[in-house]
Design a protein around this ligand. Structure first.
Ligand SMILES: [Zn+2]
Ligand SMILES: [Zn+2]
Length: 274
């Protein structure tokens, strides 16, 4: 295995300090730095959707025994709690030196890219390592896609802003937000835009005011429009934080839109009058 000596003057594009959230396209913010001998891991996370994240691992040679023990425990942890950090622990010094990126591309789906010098054999070895417990790993091009199979199949990942736009008027004109609750307005907040555009199934619950929202990523959240609560991580982490002003997650927003549009029963359980 020889390293290509003509690695010209083109700098790696991933040397850029900014990384974008693969889910909502917001710029990721650095959230932690892990230094070990011959290895540096920078973890970035999304300040907006709170799901998107990336670990950038710079690997250069063998790690100490103590460091290896930390990898072992992170790997064991990844089986029950996959994160960009715990999955990064699978790229140890048995794999080529260089930069590894672990990106969260869906709520339960991650993508790992290997350095240029990695061979197909290295990729397959890492796939094999990652196929453990509920994790399913497959090689795709020069990346590895890892999914947590405890969750339903995520063939449809969350749609980023700019993805599906509700087209409700047959002649192709853009609906006026005043007429159509699902029309996206320029000044809509990011969460409102996602509430309007993303694929979500909303169904009415037995309890008054409670709706179930099935997101495109396969997650299930319970939205209570009377108490104004949602069981999603965004609501728990941001919207109910006493330090931030009360905010509604995209699921609460979506249910309000569905009620307004008459596509689900009103909170009192009565059918919309059409
Ligand atoms: Zn995001
Ligand atoms: Zn929510």
């Amino acid at each position: 295995m020889s390293v290509d000596e003509s690695t010209s003057a083109s700098p790696e594009t991933d040397q850029q300090p900014t990384h974008q959230c693969a889910i909502c396209e917001t710029s990721l913010e650095q959230s932690s730095q892990h230094l070990a001998d011959n290895r540096e891991t920078l973890v970035y996370s999304c300040p907006d959707c709170r799901i998107g994240a990336k670990a950038v691992v710079q690997q250069s040679g063998a790690s100490s025994e103590r460091c290896q023990r930390r990898f072992d425990s992170a790997q064991a942890d990844a089986v029950t709690n996959p994160s960009v950090y715990t999955l990064a622990a699978f790229a140890t010094d048995e794999f080529p030196d260089g930069q590894y990126h672990v990106t969260r591309i869906g709520e339960h789906t991650f993508e790992i890219s290997l350095p240029e010098s990695a061979t197909q054999w290295d990729i397959l070895r890492l796939v094999d390592r990652l196929s453990v417990g509920s994790l399913s790993a497959v090689a795709e091009n020069r990346c590895i896609v890892v999914r947590d199979t405890r969750w339903p199949d995520t063939s449809t990942e969350p749609v980023p802003d700019g993805g599906i736009i509700q087209a409700r008027i047959a002649d192709g004109t853009v609906p006026d937000p005043a007429d159509d609750p699902f029309a996206v307005a320029d000044d809509d907040k990011p969460r409102t835009k996602r509430a309007k555009r993303e694929e979500m199934d909303v169904s009415f619950h037995q309890k008054p005011g409670v709706y179930e929202v099935h997101s495109a990523s396969g997650s299930y959240y319970e939205v209570d429009v009377i108490a104004e609560t949602c069981t999603c991580p965004d609501f728990k982490q941001t919207c109910s934080d006493p330090d931030t002003p009360i905010d509604k997650c995209k699921h609460l927003r979506r249910v309000a839109l569905e009620i307004e549009a008459g596509t689900v029963p009103r909170p009192d359980g009565k059918l919309p009058d059409k």
